[in-house]
Design a protein around this ligand. Sequence first.
Ligand SMILES: [Zn+2]
Length: 287
Amino acid sequence: MTDSRHRFLFSKGNIRGIWVNLEAGYQQLLSNSDYPEMLQTTLGEACVASCLLAATIKSNGSLTMQLKGDGDLQMLVMQTLADGDFRGMASWAENRKLSSASLFGKQGKLVITLDPGEGKKRYQGITEVVDDSLLLSLENYLTRSEQLPTRLWLASRPGEKTAGLLLQQLPDADLEYWEHLTIMADTIKSDELLDLDVQDILTRLYHEESLQLFPEEKLRFSCSCTRQKVVDMILGLGSVEAQQVLAEESIFEVKCEFCSKKDCFDEIDLETIFTTGKPPNMDDKIH
Ligand SMILES: [Zn+2]
C-alpha cells in the first residue's frame, strides 16, 4: 500500500492522473539528517512532487528538483528516476529558528532538470519561488514551461508519510471536463490524501467518472553514490588539497549527503587514488 505510484486515465476528455504515497522511503530519506519539522514537511512535498513529475517522463529518464533559497532553507535537492528510485537532501541555516514565512527567502529559485534518457537533450527550467510555497512554485513552473497543463495536490505528515495527486491534460484535452475534475480534486483534504489508498481516493473524488487504473509501480529510496564517484571528487580536489585535509583531520572522510554513507581514506589510500584514479581495494587493505 505504501511507497507506490498509480497512474490512471479518464475514459473521456484526454486527461490523466497519477497518485503517489510514500512512507518507508520518506522516513529513510529523513533519517540521514536531523531535519527540523518544517523541513520534513517541505522535503515530503518535494519528494512526492518529484515522484509524480518523474512518472510523466520515459522509463529511463530522470528528474532533478533543486530549490535554492536565501532564507532559512539554503538548498534542497531531490533526484528521481522514472523507474521509481528517489533520493533527496536539504541544508538549512542551523543557527536560525525556521519560519514558514521566510523558509525560501526573497530570491528563492526552483530549478527543474528533466533528463529524458536515451541520449536525448536535457531540459532545464528555472522559476522564482512564489509566496514561499513549493506547491505554488511548482505550478508556476509547470504553467511557464509550456508543457501539458498540470495541477498538483500535496500533503505531508512530518516524519511519517507523504502523498500527492497529479492531474494532467493530454493533447486535445476537454477543458470543461478538466475544470470539473480539478474542482473535484480541490475538495480532497490532506488527511484523506495521506490515509486513503488509491481506490478509496478515486471513489471519493470520481465515483461518477469512468476511468482506468493501471497496476501499482513500486517506489524506493535509493542512493546512486559509488566509491568511484567519491574518488572522482577527490581527484577533482587535487593531491595538494587532499593532503592538506588529511594533515588537518588525520583521516580523509567523505560522507554522502543523500544516504549518510561514509568513506574513509588514509595516506596510502590517497596515494593509490592519485596513481590509479581508482578506489583502493578494501579487501587487501593491510595498512
Ligand atoms: Zn549516497
